[in-house]
Design a protein around this ligand. Structure first.
Ligand code: G6P
Length: 608
C-alpha cells in the first residue's frame, strides 16, 4: 500500500527512483511522483495513473544525486496529479513522501499560517508545511513535527538546504534502510532495494534516521541514539520478473509445484513421521499443552486460515477457529495462556494483522507467524513461526503465497497431530501425500486449456456462486475471491448447506455455480446441493476429486467438470485452489482486465 523509495549517493538518482517505483508499483498504482534535489533546488514531477505516465512527463534534464519517489494507493483525496506524492511546502524547499494516515490533520492545519496554500486534498501535505516552519537541523525539524502527529507514517523527507540528506521515519508503516557503498537507500519494502544492496536495517516504530551518502544515524523520538546493525538478506530474488509470461499472476500460478517444494524442503521428518519446524520455538511439551488455536489474517490469508483451521482440527483434535484480524482486535478479545495464536500474512506488513499480533502479545498471548516475506515486521515481532519460502509474489491477487500458507498449515497440523492421536503410520501416509502435492498441482496445471474454455464461456456473467461444504467452504471462499478480484465478476461463496436458506433465490440460468466436491463422506450431500442448483436452471461447474460411480453421477448432472487428483484434507485445498486460480485468471484475461494490478486494490495494505 503506497511505496516509498529514496536514494542519496554518487549515481544519477532519477533512474534509481524509477526502477524502485517499478518494483513497488504492486503496492499501489493510482499515481506516482518523484522529487530530486537538482542544482540546490527541489524538482518535483507527479502524475495520476501508472508509472509510464510519470515517465513520459519527466524531463531528462532533471539531474541530481539525492531524491525520493512514491507510488500511491489513494486514501485521502482522489488519484489526481495534485494528490500524488511527493508533497512540498509553499516555497518548494521541502518534499515529503508519506505512507499511512494522519488522524489529526485538521488540528495540524489550524496550527499553520492561514495564508499557507494547500495544493492537494491529502492528509500528507500538512507535513511539508509544518516542516517548513522550522529552520535549522532537518532531523530536529522532522522529530518536532512528528511529535505533533496522531496517526501512522512511513516517511521520507528531502530539503534543498541539505542537498545530500534524507530523513526517514516510521510509525506503523514500514521503512527499511539499504546500506550501499558510499550510497544509502530507503524503501517501504525490500523489493525496491534488492538490486542495489543486501545490507538492510529495519526501522522500528518511533525511530527516525538521517541518511547521507556516507552512512546513517538512527534516533528515537526522545532523541536517544539507537544502535542498529545492518542485516544481510539473501538477494537471489533481485531479478524476479514475469519469466517471459504475459503476467506475474500466470508465472506465480505455474510456479506452484516448485514453491510448494520450497515450503516443504527440509521439513518432512520421515524418521519420526512428523514435521520439523524449528522456527516455532516450541517444544513437544509446549505443543501438548495447547488447548485451542486462533488464526488471524486478512483477505486470502484469512481464507487460508479457515482451511488451516479445518486441517489442524481434524488431525490434532484441538478446537481451531480463524477470524479476520481487524474484527478480532476490535472486539477486545479474551487472550488465554493455553491458546496458540497464529497470524498469517504474505507480506508480513498488513496493518490489521500486525495490530492483532500486537494486541495478543500485549495481553500476554504467544503468537506464531506464517509469513512469506523474510525480515518483515510481523516476522520480526512474532514469538516464532514458519516461513513459506514461496519467493516474491508481485501480482496483487495471492496465489503461490496462499498455497504456501496452506502447505505451512498442513505441516503444522501434522506436527500437532503427532503430539496427539496421529500414529507413526498415519504420519507416514501424510508425509507421502505431502510429497505428492507438487506433482498433483502439475496435473491440475496440465488441464489449463479445459479450464480456459469454461472461463471463456461464462466470462460475460454478472454473478457467479461458489459453494462448498465443511472443508470445501474455505476453498469456495478463496475461489470466489480470486474471480471477483481480477475479473470484477461479482462472485460469492456460500456453505452448500446455506444455499436453500437464501442464496438459491438468486440462481438463474445466467449465474454459473462452482460446486466444490471433494471425495469425502459428505460427497452425496454436496451432490444433492448440485441438484438443487440444476433444478433452478443454474449452470454448474463441478470441481471434484471424486472417482468411480460418484464421478459418473457428477458428470451427468454438471454442465462442466473440472477433475483433479484425489487427495486428503491437508492437500486438497491447494490442489483445488490452483484450478480455481486458473479459472479466475482466464476469465480476467478474456475480459481484458489488468490482471496483475486490478482496480482499487493493493497488494500490501499497510493502513487501517
Ligand atoms: C490485500 C491483498 C490480498 C491479500 C491481503 C492480505 O488485501 O490484495 O491479496 O490476501 O492483502 O495480505 P497479506 O500480505 O497479509 O497476506
Amino acid at each position: 500500500m503506497c511505496g516509498i523509495i529514496a536514494y542519496t549517493g554518487k549515481q544519477q538518482v532519477m533512474p534509481i527512483l524509477l526502477d524502485g517505483l517499478k518494483r513497488l508499483e504492486y503496492r499501489g498504482y493510482d499515481s506516482t511522483g518523484i522529487s530530486i534535489v537538482s542544482r540546490k533546488k527541489i524538482k518535483t514531477t507527479k502524475a495520476a495513473g501508472k508509472l509510464n505516465v510519470l515517465e513520459s512527463k519527466l524531463q531528462s534534464e532533471i539531474t541530481g544525486h539525492c531524491g525520493i519517489g512514491h507510488t500511491r494507493w489513494a486514501t485521502h483525496g482522489a488519484p489526481t496529479d495534485d494528490n500524488a506524492h511527493p508533497h512540498t511546502d509553499t516555497d518548494n524547499r521541502i518534499a515529503v513522501v508519506h505512507n499511512g494516515i494522519i488522524e489529526n490533520v485538521d488540528a495540524l492545519k489550524a496550527m499553520l499560517d492561514p495564508k499557507c496554500e494547500f495544493k492537494s486534498q491529502t492528509d500528507s501535505e500538512v507535513i511539508a508545511h509544518l516542516l517548513a516552519t522550522h529552520s535549522g537541523d532537518l532531523m530536529t525539524a522532522v522529530r518536532d513535527t512528528l511529535s505533533l502527529i496522531v496517526g501512522t507514517y512511513g516517511l521520507a523527507v528531502i530539503d534543498q538546504q541539505n542537498p545530500d540528506t534524507i530523513i526517514i521515519a516510521r510509525n506503523g508503516s514500514p521503512v527499511i534502510i539499504g546500506v550501499g557503498d558510499n550510497e544509502m537507500l530507503a524503501a517501504s519494502d525490500m523489493a525496491a532495494l534488492s538490486r542495489y544492496t543486501n545490507q538492510v536495517v529495519h526501522l522500528d516504530d518511533g525511530e527516525i534516521a538521517k541518511l547521507t551518502p556516507n552512512g546513517f544515524d538512527v534516533v528515537t523520538m526522545d532523541s536517544t541514539v539507537a544502535h542498529k546493525e545492518a542485516m544481510t538478506l539473501n538477494n537471489t530474488n533481485a531479478n524476479y520478473d514475469r519469466g517471459g509470461h504475459p503476467h506475474y499472476l500466470y508465472r506465480e500460478i505455474i510456479d506452484q509445484p516448485d514453491t510448494v517444494k520450497q515450503t516443504l524442503s527440509g521439513r518432512l521428518d520421515e524418521r519420526f513421521s512428523t514435521a520439523r519446524l524449528g522456527g516455532l520455538n516450541l517444544e513437544a511439551r509446549d505443543l501438548i499443552g495447547v488447548k485451542r488455536i486462533i488464526i488471524l489474517g486478512c483477505g486470502s490469508a484469512y481464507y487460508a486460515g479457515l482451511a488451516g483451521a479445518s486441517m489442524i482440527e481434524s488431525l490434532a483434535r484441538i478446537p481451531v477457529s480463524a477470524e479476520p484480524a481487524a474484527e478480532f482486535r476490535y472486539r477486545n478479545p479474551v487472550i488465554e495462556q493455553d491458546t496458540l495464536y497464529i497470524v498469517v500474512s504474505q507480506s508480513g506488513e498488513t496493518f490489521d494483522t500486525l495490530a492483532s499480533l500486537r494486541e495478543v502479545r500485549r495481553k500476554g498471548g504467544f503468537v506464531l507467524g506464517i509469513v512469506n516475506s523474510v525480515g518483515s515486521t510481523i516476522a520480526r515481532e512474532v514469538d516464532g513461526g514458519i516461513y513459506m519460502h514461496a519467493g516474491p509474489e508481485v501480482s496483487v491477487a495471492s496465489t503461490k503465497a496462499y498455497t504456501g500458507m496452506l502447505t505451512a498449515f498442513s505441516l503444522l497440523a501434522l506436527l500437532l497431530g503427532r503430539t496427539r492421536d496421529v500414529s507413526p503410520q498415519q504420519g507416514n501416509r501424510i508425509i507421502s501425500e505431502l510429497k505428492e502435492l507438487p506433482d498433483k498441482i502439475s496435473q491440475v496445471l496440465a488441464i489449463e486449456p479445459e479450464i480456459a474454455k469454461i472461463a471463456s464461456k461464462y466470462k460475460h456473467s454478472q454473478s457467479a456462486f461458489y459453494i462448498g461444504r465443511t472443508n470445501g467452504y474455505p476453498i469456495a471462499l478463496e475461489g470466489a475471491q480470486k474471480l471477483k478480484e481480477i475479473s470484477y465478476i461479482h462472485a460469492e461463496a456460500y456453505p452448500a448447506s446455506e444455499l436453500k436458506h437464501g442464496p438459491l433465490a438468486l440462481v438463474t440460468d445466467q449465474t454459473p455455480c462452482v460446486v466444490i466436491l471433494p471425495n469425502d463422506d459428505l460427497l452425496p450431500k454436496t451432490i444433492s446441493s448440485m441438484e438443487e442448483i440444476k433444478a433452478r436452471g443454474g449452470p454448474v461447474i463441478a470441481l471434484t476429486s471424486a472417482e468411480g460411480a460418484p464421478a459418473d453421477r457428477i458428470a451427468k448432472l454438471a454442465d462442466h467438470v473440472i477433475s483433479v487428483p484425489d487427495a486428503n484434507e491437508l492437500t486438497l485445498p491447494a490442489i483445488m485452489g490452483v484450478a480455481l486460480q486458473l479459472l479466475a485468471y482466464h476469465s480476467a484475461v478474456s475480459l481484458g482486465r489488468d490482471v496483475d494490478q486490478p482496480r482499487n486494490l493493493a497488494k500490501s495494505v499497510t493502513v487501517e
